[in-house]
Write a new protein. Sequence first.
Length: 301
Amino acid sequence: MNFTNPVLNEFEYSGQYLNYLGHSIFYRTIGEGENLFLLHGYPFNSFDWSLVIPKLSENKKIILLDFLGMGFSDKPKNHKYSFEEYAGIVNAVAKHLNITEADILAHDLAVSVVQEMLASSDKNVFKIRSVAFINGGLFTDVYKPRLIQRLLSQTPNLIGKFLSKVMSRKSVESSLFRVFGPKTQPNSNWLGIFWEVLNYKDGKSIAYLIGRMVFEKVHYQIRWIDAMSKTEVPFCYICGPADPNSGTHMANRFLKSFPTKHVYFLSEQIGHWPQIESPDEVSAAYYQFKKDLKQTNETRK
């Protein structure tokens, strides 16, 4: 790799690749202990988790991967990206690493990937012990996509392709500023990382293709929510409240559908990327979720 930022070179160099149906998929493991998948969102990659890894890997084996079309993985241009495929990629990494059971922490688009995994549990090669969803569009009826998402992915392919190609760094940064918290805006270092990851392997040119998945979720909603209602896998929602896409309004919708499940609200000005904006809070919320689960299980005994 020849990234301008050395931390990206080091992060990629420490990982490996596996072949998934002819495509190269980046993955990496860190630490030892119970398996924990950290699944990233759109449109960047697993480096999004870099600030929470030191805390979470103290007693866990962290498994990272870059979904097809994003990050260090291949980015085919004439390809139909889907939630089923992404679920298959998670399972392929698990199978490759001989993982039989694992917890999952999923952000943004990955929350929908995990919903698909819960709805098609017979296809999973490992047991999902628990799921922590973090700032993602679990419910399409309250999800508020950004204007750039609509322009890229709710327009005809020709327009989406053109807009992806000409999309400037300034427009990407402007979109990011709107979803980060007012006091936790990404600094120049992070903005540079985002831009490099997005452009690697000409990924910016296919942003509209992956973005279309966001608007396809409406066709899955009944099945996914039904699966969440019936699953025995414990789950929670960790919420950056200031997120205009999937903040407090998404958490409230979550509680309406699943009143017995936990929501862990972070500081009120944390936005859409809590793992970058306030990594210590995210780590603390995740460990609290695990502690609450343990107490619940002991009470049942």
